[in-house]
Design a protein around this ligand. Structure first.
Ligand SMILES: C[S@@+](CC[C@H](N)C(=O)[O-])C[C@H]1O[C@@H](n2cnc3c(N)ncnc32)[C@H](O)[C@@H]1O
Length: 153
């Protein structure tokens, strides 16, 4: 089985794509919280009430239900949740907080949960803050990278 962690689930679009592979065991983390979003995608700018985010969260609960034997979602801030995860992962998809500080922190947390031959994949590298976090992270850690993927040296 491939252990897959997604940081930033939103409405579960990527989650459903990934779960099509029966060899994937999936954990998704998202806060589903209405906070001012300087960095998020346009669609999420319209998710401007907590009710809307609660609705999105509930829809993800329904989407994940058919896969509950190999998928779970955890609602909370990645900074609080990721350190509590007991397992390590083969693939960690970092697509949560797109601020410089948030992306850097998520990368640092992801590294602590990566299996020896695992890969971290970072979304939205065209965001200047995410790119800055990525560049600093690869410089400061004993990792290699190509494109949007990072692995242990
Ligand atoms: C771009 S969306 C994720 C899209 C999803 N990965 C996909 O491709 O379908 C970013 C998500 O990250 C979540 N997020 C942002 N900062 C977070 C944090 N610190 N902890 C947990 N989730 C966070 C937001 O709530 C939002 O749902």
């Amino acid at each position: 089985m491939i252990d897959y962690l997604e940081i930033g689930v939103a409405q579960g679009k990527h989650m459903l794509e990934i779960l099509r592979d029966k060899n994937v065991r999936y954990v998704g983390v998202d806060r589903w919280e209405c906070v001012p979003l300087k960095h998020e995608h346009n669609k999420m700018r319209n998710w401007d009430t907590q009710e809307k985010w609660d609705e999105v969260y509930k829809s993800v609960l329904q989407k994940v239900e058919p896969y509950k034997n190999r998928a779970s979602i955890i609602r909370g801030n990645s900074v609080d949740v990721v350190p509590t995860l007991v397992n390590k992962f083969d693939i960690i998809y970092v697509d949560g907080d797109h601020s410089y500080e948030g992306a850097k922190k998520d990368l640092e947390l992801a590294l602590t949960k990566l299996k020896e031959n695992g890969v971290i994949k970072v979304d939205d590298l065209h965001y200047s803050d995410v790119k800055k976090a990525f560049k600093e992270f690869v410089k400061e850690n004993d990792v290699e990278y190509k494109g949007d993927k990072i692995w242990l040296r």
